[in-house]
Ligand binder design. Sequence first.
Ligand SMILES: CC(C)(COP(=O)(O)OP(=O)(O)OC[C@H]1O[C@@H](n2cnc3c(N)ncnc32)[C@H](O)[C@@H]1OP(=O)(O)O)[C@@H](O)C(=O)NCCC(=O)NCCS
Length: 147
Amino acid sequence: MTARYHIRQAAEKDLEVISAMQATLFPAKKERVPVDTKKTKWWYCVYDRDLPAGFLCLEICSSTVAYVSRVGILPGARGNNLMVRLLRAAELYLKKRTDTVILFSDTLPDNPASMNSFIKSGWKTSDLPSRLSLQRKPPVVYWRKEL
Ligand SMILES: CC(C)(COP(=O)(O)OP(=O)(O)OC[C@H]1O[C@@H](n2cnc3c(N)ncnc32)[C@H](O)[C@@H]1OP(=O)(O)O)[C@@H](O)C(=O)NCCC(=O)NCCS
């Protein structure tokens, strides 16, 4: 039996697909095409066989710090542990290929699916170090994980 879900770091051909998912899940956000000329944002995507199912955006803050700035799973694919799997893929990549030692992220407090995914992935709630520029407007819960 072939695996149903496939996760990979996004290639050029995935960017339009991620843009479409972002537009569906975060219509208020202005950013439509996730092209990052500075190479400070890394995108991961998950497919349900050939169909797009979700994505994760990792922002590289420094040589040792990264931030999971956005995760989205399309409604039809939810309930399959996919945020956990995306986090695991991003963490594994950072651990193997970079000097990153700490990851941060955030959720709104009324988002149990997101918060439970962080908890299941071994993240802890956190203060955000003031030197990080990715501060969000309250109310927000910050998360951290040491790799
Ligand atoms: C957050 C999001 C990515 C999670 O998707 P997912 O990986 O499919 O998550 P699941 O639906 O499997 O839920 C994760 C866990 O939370 C639990 N959960 C989900 N909704 C819940 C609720 N309303 N109350 C309590 N627990 C809940 C699930 O049971 C699951 O735990 P389990 O595996 O032990 O059963 C998805 O809901 C999403 O894309 N939401 C819109 C965008 C968003 O909010 N992104 C995050 C902030 S940027």
